[in-house]
Design a protein around this ligand. Structure first.
Ligand code: GRF
Length: 210
């Protein structure tokens, strides 16, 4: 059995779709996407998962007394399916330290800026692009990184850069960045599946293909 992958998503799920497409076109070798989880009942991500024939479940935060209890249920759902890679794709809940420890170096996230800039608490969605434009930065981009106990602080796997244009709004910049997200996230997952990511402290070395 290859690596079993779960994707957690709260929203539109365009990154989930990029991962599903890459998997279906055999870019992940023997690895399989076997589960999609969302904390939002109407998330388009759930529809996308189901359309791809993947078990897609809504886990209602209201049914749990704490974040810890929620993440314990989540961890149970993942362990039951032998998940060894968790991909966050627009998942808006901060994972508990207990969860990130349990899946240490087995959780990837995509962030719509060039970390370590424009990350951290509150830096999600259009807030990120807005902050980039206000800062006057000439370039933005996206980052795939491992998730550790901090917010957007884990080891960086891949990044891609896009220019910030004078006329950009958060929406136009987000669209330009998203094209790159859809390109590098599947690539990072493929590298993980090929066991080519070697983490040394904060640095991730990409090993040559065996
Ligand atoms: C993306 O911009 C991603 O970087 C961020 O949330 C957004 C999710 O978009 N983490 P989608 O749901 O994948 O379309």
């Amino acid at each position: 059995m290859g690596i079993q992958i779960a994707v957690l998503a709260s929203g539109g799920g365009s990154n989930l779709q990029a991962l599903l497409d890459a998997w279906r076109s055999r870019q992940f070798g023997e690895a399989e996407i076997v589960l999609v989880v969302s904390d939002k009942p109407g998330a388009r991500a759930l529809e996308r998962g189901r359309a791809a024939g993947v078990t897609s479940i809504y886990l209602d935060p209201a049914g749990f007394s704490s974040r810890e209890a929620y993440d314990r249920e989540l961890a149970g759902q993942l362990s039951r399916r032998d998940i060894s890679l968790v991909c966050l794709a627009g998942y808006l809940r901060i994972l508990t330290p207990e969860f990130t420890r349990l899946f240490a170096l087995r959780i990837l996230n995509i962030h719509p800026a060039l970390l370590p800039a424009f990350g951290g608490p509150g830096m999600f969605g259009s807030h990120v692009h807005d902050a980039v434009i206000v800062s006057g930065a000439k370039y933005s981009g996206c980052t795939v990184h491992f998730v550790d106990e901090g917010t957007d602080t884990g080891p960086i796997v891949l990044q891609s850069m896009v220019p910030v244009m004078d006329h950009d709004t958060p929406k136009t910049l987000a669209e330009r960045v998203l094209v790159e997200e859809h390109r590098i996230y599947p690539r990072a997952v493929a590298l993980f599946c090929e066991n080519r990511l070697q983490v040394q402290g904060k640095r991730v070395r990409i090993l040559e293909k065996a």
